[in-house]
Design a protein around this ligand. Sequence first.
Ligand code: GDP
Length: 277
Amino acid sequence: KLNSAIVGLPNVGKSTLFNALVENATAQAANFPFCTIEPNVGIAVVPDTLAGAADGEGLGNKFLANIRECDAIVHVVRCFEDDDVIHVSGSVDPLRDIEVINLELTLADMAQVEKRVTRAKVKRSGKSDVDPNEITALEKLLPALNDGRSARSVDLSEDEVAAVKHLGLLTLKPVIYAANVADSDLADGNSFVEQVQKHAEDSRAKVVIVSAQVESELVSLDAGERIEFLESLGVTEEGTGLRALRRLLVTMFCVNWAVKRLPRRKGFSDPKGRNML
Ligand code: GDP
């Protein structure tokens, strides 16, 4: 089963989107922060401890541990203007918001990789087996993370990716930016979305344009009303962001499933033998 985490700054639309994904409106999200959207795809809203992140207080360890368990990250980014919805940083600026979260994830990975490098050195001097692929991967990852780049942006061979899988690096996970727009921008996006798309291209991530508000309104409409409502916004049901998000997650699951079925390799250094391919 593929599990995804919904992350993002406060007030960007995570809960609204999650509720729409559950298609069961408000009741569930508060008490049941996990749902199955397809037989093999689960999604969870990561507890909202991010208020501090914007103030430079950092993310909680529990928050990071939650994401570490997931196979993919859905990063909701506010791309709508609405004076009634307070933005934690006072203005709409998707790239700044993305950086706030990504910096935290990168710092956490840096700590993880540094710890592992130290351990690998000790092991090597003790002549115990350390997968050479892990060593070369760590040597590539550390300078990139130090530079503030994601682990995803580093060119690793398949064997190297497999060798560091047990570290659960946050910035190595596939990311989908869910650009949350106003209803009127659902069909064509806006300049904020373009910024996110450019960023995603440069950082090996994907983007879907969604309108959490539209999705939440769709939940209460019958089939005919849905079509009419979507037509008025210039999109089809298939074209709504939520469908696209589901398709992407399912595709990712298929890839993940295939990778897990690659033959096991001997000699990897994870002491407990967990999470090995
Ligand atoms: P979270 O803190 O990220 O979970 O954000 P919420 O889903 O609770 O949304 C915060 C506020 O923004 C709520 O009042 C939502 O109604 C509002 N909101 C969410 N998505 C949209 C949107 O697409 N457009 C507008 N105008 N408001 C939205």
